[in-house]
Design a protein around this ligand. Structure first.
Ligand SMILES: [Zn+2]
Length: 402
C-alpha cells in the first residue's frame, strides 16, 4: 500500500541555492513552512554554517570540528523513522552552503527524500535520513560525539557532504547526493527513489554510506524471513491423552534446524539465522493447540535453508515465506580495504536506481554501536572517512586514486 503511495511521488520545491544571505532567507522560509505544518524542527546554528576548509588549506582540527559540529547539529533533530522531515531545515542549509540544486521527493505525506545535484551526476552519494528509536540527544566529549544517528547515519551525511565539497574544490562537477527515508524499516524511500532515475541516468557509480569502519563492504547477505507453524489439539492439561501439543513438535523442529551446518561464502561470510519470535499455547493448564516461530535468515547465494527447513518439518508443521531480499556481491575496488559486513542496507536498490552499475557500501563509524544506547562516532573516524571517500570518488570518477 505504502509503496503504491510512493509511486505517486511529486517532485516539489526545486531550489537553486547560491548565497549565504539567500540561504538564510530560505532557512527562514523552510522553517516557517514546516512550523505551519506543525513539525517539530530544530533551528540551525547559523554560526557554524561556513564552508569546510578547501583541500589546499585544511588543518586536521578544523576539518574535524567542521564534521563534528554539523553531525551534532543534525543529531539534535529527532528523525526516528516517520519523522525524517524534522531534519530537513538544517540539511537544506548544509546543501545550500554547497550550492546544490535541491529537490524534495514526497514519499508519503510529510516524508521526503532529498536529492541534491551539482550538474548532471556521474557519481551519486547516498545514505538514509531516518534513525532507529529511541531518540538520544547528541552529547560531545572532545573528539567523541554520542547520541542517536551519530554513526547511523548522520555522520555519513556530513562526511559525504564534506567529500563533495572537496571534490568540487578540486574541479570535479556532476555529482549527486541522495538522502532517503525509511531505510531502518521498509526501505520505502529507496523504493520511491526509482522515480528519480531520469536525473541519475549518467551515474556510473553510487556510494552508499553506512558505518563500515571505512572499509568497503564485499556485499551483503540476503534477508529471508520464514514463519514456522504447528497445529495441535487443545485439551485439559490433566488429560493430555485427549489432546496433542503443538509446542513440542515446534521445539523439535527448531532444534533440528540448529543442528544443521551453516554454509560459508568467501565474500559474504556464514549463513546465519535468528529465532526472533516464538509463541504458542494459551494457558499453563491447556494443551497448546498452536505454535509459531519467526526466523530471519541472513542468506547466501543459492541458499538451501528454506528447502532444508521444509524437509525437517514435522507432520503437523507448515512453513511460509514472509519475505525475501536476495544476497548481493559488490565489485571489489582495488586499492581499498574490503570487509564482510553483517547487515543489510539500501545498497542493492540504489544500484538498481543507477541501472545496475557500480556500488560501494562504506563509511565511518562502526555497526557495533549502531542501534545501541551507546551509538557514537569520533572526529577521527569521520576525517578518515573523508579521506577514504575522496580517494574512492576520485578513483571512480577518474579511474585513479585521489
Ligand atoms: Zn544505517
Amino acid at each position: 500500500m505504502s509503496l503504491l503511495a510512493a509511486r505517486m511521488n511529486i517532485l516539489v520545491a526545486v531550489a537553486s541555492l547560491v548565497s549565504d544571505v539567500k540561504s538564510q532567507r530560505l532557512m527562514c522560509d523552510v522553517h516557517r513552512s514546516l512550523v505551519s505544518e506543525g513539525a517539530d524542527i530544530s533551528t540551525p546554528d547559523t554560526n557554524t554554517m561556513t564552508a569546510p576548509q578547501p583541500s589546499n588549506a585544511p588543518s586536521s582540527s578544523s576539518r574535524r570540528a567542521w564534521l563534528l559540529d554539523r553531525t551534532e547539529a543534525l543529531c539534535r533533530a529527532d528523525t526516528t523513522t516517520g519523522r525524517e522531515d524534522h531534519g530537513l531545515p538544517l540539511l537544506r542549509s548544509l546543501l545550500t552552503e554547497l550550492d546544490a540544486k535541491v529537490e524534495l521527493q514526497q514519499v508519503t505525506p510529510k516524508r521526503h527524500n532529498v536529492l541534491a545535484t551539482w550538474g548532471e551526476p556521474k557519481l551519486l552519494f547516498s545514505t538514509h535520513l531516518d534513525t532507529v528509536p529511541p531518540f538520544l540527544p547528541p552529547r560531545r566529549a572532545g573528539d567523541l560525539l554520542s547520541g542517536r544517528g551519530t554513526c547511523d547515519a548522520k555522520g555519513q551525511i556530513v562526511t559525504q557532504l564534506a567529500t563533495i565539497q572537496e571534490l568540487l574544490s578540486r574541479g570535479h562537477t556532476d555529482l549527486g547526493w541522495l538522502g532517503v527515508v525509511g531505510e531502518e524499516t521498509d526501505s520505502i524511500g529507496a523504493a520511491a527513489a526509482d522515480d528519480l532515475a531520469p536525473q541519475l541516468a549518467k551515474c556510473i557509480a553510487v556510494i552508499n554510506g553506512e558505518p563500515t569502519e571505512n572499509k568497503l563492504a564485499t556485499g551483503q547477505r540476503g534477508s529471508l524471513q520464514l514463519q514456522l507453524s504447528t497445529k495441535g489439539v487443545a485439551a485439559h492439561s490433566g488429560l493430555p491423552e485427549l489432546g496433542h501439543s503443538a509446542i513440542w513438535p515446534m521445539l523439535e523442529w527448531v532444534q533440528r534446524l540448529r543442528e544443521l551446518h551453516s554454509d560459508v561464502d568467501p565474500d559474504l561470510g556464514s549463513e546465519i539465522w535468528n529465532l526472533g519470535k516464538l509463541e504458542g499455547g494459551t494457558a499453563p493448564n491447556v494443551i497448546p493447540a498452536s505454535a509459531e516461530a519467526r526466523l530471519f535468515v541472513r542468506s547466501l547465494p543459492n541458499s538451501t535453508f528454506e528447502e532444508r527447513a521444509r524437509q525437517l518439518a514435522p507432520e503437523e508443521g507448515r512453513l511460509d515465506l514472509i519475505s525475501f531480499t536476495p544476497p548481493e556481491v559488490f565489485d571489489r575496488i582495488p586499492g581499498f580495504e574490503h570487509a564482510v559486513v553483517p547487515f543489510g542496507s539500501d545498497a542493492p536498490r540504489l544500484r538498481q536506481l543507477i541501472g545496475g552499475k557500480k556500488v560501494a557500501l562504506c563509511g565511518p563509524g562502526t555497526i557495533k554501536v549502531a542501534h545501541t544506547l551507546d551509538e557514537h562516532i569520533t572526529g577521527a573516524d569521520m576525517e578518515q572517512g573523508f579521506g577514504m571517500l575522496t580517494a574512492l570518488a576520485t578513483t571512480l570518477l577518474e579511474g585513479s586514486p585521489g
